[in-house]
Design a protein around this ligand. Sequence first.
Ligand code: ZN
Length: 470
Amino acid sequence: MSIRTPVVLFAFAFLFSTAAAAQRAPTAIDWDALSKETVQVLSDYVKLNSTNAPGNELETARFLKRILDREGIEAQILDTAELKPAGRANLYARLKGNGSKKAIALVHHMDVVPVSPNFWSIDPFGGTVKDGYVWGRGTIDMKGQGIVHLMTMIAIKRSGMPLTRDIVFIANADEELGSTGAIVFVQRHPDLLRDVEFLMTEGGANEVNDGKLSYYGVGIAEKRTFWQRLSVVGTPSHASRPTKLNPVPRLVAALDKIAKYETPLHVTPGVDKYFRDISTRYPEPRRRWLADVKKGLTDPKAREWILSDVYWNAILRNTISLTGLQGSNKTNVIPAEATAEIDIRLLPDTDPAEFLATLQRIVNDTAVHFTGLLQPKPPLENPIDTDLFRAIERASRDRDPGALVTTPMLTAATDRPTYRRAGIITYGFEPFKIEAADIQKGMHGNDERLSVTNVAFGIRYLYDVLRYVQ
Ligand SMILES: [Zn+2]
């Protein structure tokens, strides 16, 4: 009897306090229902053909805006006059937090690369869901990720999760060709980005083979594309009487020197961490070689083994691939000009002008002219010691205890440098665990597909990252 009153009182107090907390605490999310909804939205998004060119992103932007409007999240369609040709757009939306910390942006591109329908076993724009997959162009690159951004933000809004950071949602046009969407957006709307501290987009790489995860890869750096055309002008004549003014052998000699040139090895901070992280998965002596890769590369045996991996080789140096070649279009005619195109990929801390000067010195022939085929993007290397990196590590290890969360460098190009130049810490973050074979086959290829399991995984994973970074 004596203890009864306090118990009742305690129970009453408990009920009262939970009722008060319920006003502030987020409502539980029905993840199964949200996964189904996300799969449906992705399927609808895939049906909008945004093949670039021409992109047609105004239609996809309107689609996203309709969904955001319905949820009461204010969204704006932007840059329709500036993006060419007509029918293109960027989209911007923001979910407000209490402003005590800086914002975090989720960015994807709405355009997709063209398809060769003959090689597909299914309509690439049918949005078909079957055999546990959403099929279609863009499911991996990167409409799947875009819809996970969208639906996770919507889930946060619906649940009433208190936010210290605003969540910004950006969908860009034209990543696959000219990158004009991101460039125009960053140029025209610095006000919308001013308070953004972190940004997540494509360029992450979680490695999964036969269901086994090797690591979660956060993209903190990428190579810079620096394509060049080499040309030599000669005097055209009949090939039956060889002359010294044939531009072809001169160009070939230059190319031979470039092909034989071994670019120096150089370890950037993110690559250093990547090798140190993965070293734990190898037996000695490989473990030792990778744990301190700079030192490892001084050992001839280690060096030979490390560089035999084409990916490792590509993240340890500037690379040059000789690709295009043009001489005469007739066997019996010495042409007026011979040209070659070379694909150069620079490490983020290499100065393009210096690298070009080195190549010219190696070729050592003033008759060989170098012309840049595109303006290299700004360098991309981001810090690792951040709240966002720690949030990604924590959310990843929730799912796979003891998992490696590492920083492989991307050898291809994304829109990230454009945002990085605006002062934003920009990570490649992949919310999925896609089989390497599916990426190999589907990304820019055929029968692109994303599993329903991955969609469900992605929204919860991103939700946790956003929760932990608050
Ligand atoms: Zn992409």
